[in-house]
Ligand binder design. Sequence first.
Ligand code: ADP
Ligand code: MG
Length: 260
Amino acid sequence: MGKIIAIANQKGGVGKTTTAVNVAASMAATKRKVLLIDLDPQGNATMGSGVDKYNVDNTCYELLIEEKPIDEVIIKETSGKYHLIAGNSDITAAEIKLMEVFAREVRLRNALAPVKNYYDYIFIDCPPSLNQLTVNAMAAADSVLVPMQCEYYALEGLTALMDTIKKLASVVNPQLKIEGVLRTMYDPRNRLANDVSEQLKRHFGDQVYRTVIPRNVRLAEAPSFGTPAMYYDKSSTGAKAYLALAGEILRRGKANQVAK
Ligand code: ADP
Ligand code: MG
């Protein structure tokens, strides 16, 4: 059965979009069927997938507000070999219009139902705020992957975020799990980063991925070529780290199945 993972952190610039694009591409490279949903009006995941956000017929707006059939909204050609539902500034209007519609929290969940079992993994790149779009992502997802930077106050922010996710889940999706906490833009030479990383492991234990995403310029450059890092420089530490993350997500998924 397909798994829906929301990539969320209300802080901007922590590596949500970079993670969404690169983990989707890495998962697709392991021959899994993958759908990436760009729920951010900035449309960075769309551009990073080699799709021009200014020149798309359909986005999450058509899916959520016009209730167009999902097959018509999915873009099948991307540089990362996954399928995409695009995002651009139209989604800002969707966020406002969602306030007026019936069953507004579960629009995305309902829209995804027909394709959930076709895909092995569906990743949702969330906007950097806790708005109605993020609520839709949390309501649709099986689990949440939280990217974070190991910097001062990160732990406080993370604890607050986890509380928010729990509260939200109790209303819209009591089954929602924490998929994992991902350390991003990691610099092992930075003592503070090491300290925060240790605290994080003490606090969140197994929920912290063993895979660490290093700070790597290739990850920052690849989007300007409209491609995930593995198709820009496959030997880069960034591309390799996201492949390792995909492997870890797959292993955890299998372990959980056995546990059940
Ligand atoms: P978010 O989606 O959380 O706002 P992004 O993924 O857009 O964050 O990342 C913010 C910025 O940091 C972008 O310019 C991105 O290219 C860069 N970046 C993200 N992860 C890394 C990394 N591991 N190494 C270097 N630059 C990174
Ligand atoms: Mg982003």
